[in-house]
Design a protein around this ligand. Structure first.
Ligand SMILES: [Zn+2]
Length: 392
């Protein structure tokens, strides 16, 4: 579940500004290191770059001075105040392209699969969304119907991750947890940060940036799976609305808003991500996982009420590009799963039923536990994708 938070621009002034031409940074944003983009020179053709800019990452447009796509080069604004630019040279064609520098392996470059295990050699980091536990109320991922077990998204996602890990290891993957308890990864606590909006800064920004540091500097996975449950507006968490609406969708990074591209760090991270070619891997993977999840969950694709922040991509009908902090900051392919509406009548009944083996009758249908169905349908998608690409 994703909530969009509007933070006031004045909030930025609390962070120190250094250098003559100040960077225009997002919340807790890191100063971009534009020079690292030098290693991506001549790794992408004009047509590939233009496609990724216009169809994936910048589908909502941008100020004309931010990115200029020319025949042989692209010019990217690094600092408006000092009028500095980074110039990217395109590869002439597919054959003369330089190799893309990256710390993760695409499926086709993994070492040969051992013992016909389709995930052998693959490093997967599991990122169970949110915190759960005592933090669930603060992060607004908590509701309770009468005196039933409270529904806390952070606990549900961790349960799925713990069911998923042994299945993936069995298939040969090396599996890491970005979070494996209901305690935050960040050492910061709300009291340490600015008082107003400190809770949001804590659980939404500080926590995710800390997780990104773990992924990018320590785990170096080939893939991150972000595990979430979705929800429809439930109103009063102590007297929540249950709905007949239930659905599934998956997210990959893209679809940056014009105002997001104005931030130097977000624009830099977008370009770095584009050049890493993570999209080439995460889109077909997300489409494949969407297929196996749709088959097993029988859920229809979620339709966003507006196209203001998302862009439908791929062929399954279930995958959207969206610029979330997690999908942007993890420097490898990221597939972000959003199945099940927790406050749907069906989802709620299945969550209350807990985890169990086999099937049980829920609202008149024989169903697997919602947690196993989630873990197994994701596993099936990974097996289908990696078996196909690795020719197993
Ligand atoms: Zn969520």
């Amino acid at each position: 579940m994703i909530l969009r938070v509007v933070l006031l621009a004045t909030c930025l002034s609390i962070f120190p500004i250094t250098g003559k031409a100040a960077n225009n940074l997002g919340i807790l944003g890191a100063r971009p290191k534009w020079s690292v983009l030098e290693s991506y020179q001549e790794t992408v053709t004009h047509d590939e770059f233009a496609h990724l800019i216009y169809d994936v990452y910048c589908t909502h447009g941008f100020a004309p001075d931010l990115i200029e796509v020319n025949t042989d080069t692209a010019r990217i604004l690094t600092n408006r105040e000092s009028q500095n630019f980074f110039t990217l040279r395109f590869a002439k064609d597919d054959t003369s392209r330089n190799p893309v520098p990256r710390l993760w392996d695409p499926a086709r470059s993994l070492p040969p699969a051992k013992g016909h295990k389709p995930l052998s050699g693959l490093r997967i980091a599991l990122d169970p969304g949110h915190l759960g536990g005592e933090w669930a109320k603060m992060e607004e991922r908590w509701f309770q119907v009468d005196s039933t077990q409270p529904v806390q998204e952070g606990d549900l996602t961790l349960k799925v991750a713990r069911l998923l890990a042994p299945r993936l290891r069995e298939l040969g993957a090396k599996v890491f947890f970005v979070r494996n308890s209901n305690e935050p990864v960040t050492a910061k606590r709300p009291d340490d940060l600015v008082r107003w909006q400190s809770e949001i800064l804590f659980y939404r920004y500080s926590e995710i940036r800390r997780r990104a540091a773990l992924v990018n500097f320590k785990l170096h996975p080939d893939l991150v799976l972000c595990l979430h449950f979705n929800a429809e507006g439930w109103g009063d968490p102590n007297n929540p609305t249950l709905t007949d609406i239930n659905h599934l969708h998956l997210l990959v990074n893209g679809s940056y808003l014009q105002e997001e591209l104005e931030f130097d760090d977000e624009r830099f991270e977008m370009i770095r991500r584009l050049l890493s070619r993570a999209y080439d891997e995460e889109l077909p993977l997300a489409d494949t996982i969407a297929g196996t999840m749709a088959r097993q969950t029988q859920l229809p694709p979620y339709q966003y009420p507006t196209t203001n922040s998302t862009t439908k991509v791929g062929t399954s009908g279930y995958v959207y590009a969206r610029n979330l902090l997690a999908t942007r900051l993890y420097r490898c392919p990221v597939v972000y799963c959003e199945p099940y509406v927790m406050n749907s009548k069906d989802g709620f009944a299945r969550i209350q039923a807990g985890d169990y083996e086999g099937t049980r009758n829920i609202n008149g249908l024989e169903r697997k536990s919602i947690f196993r169905e989630y873990a197994e349908s994701v596993t099936d998608g990974l097996v289908e994708y990696y078996s196909k690409v690795r020719g197993l």
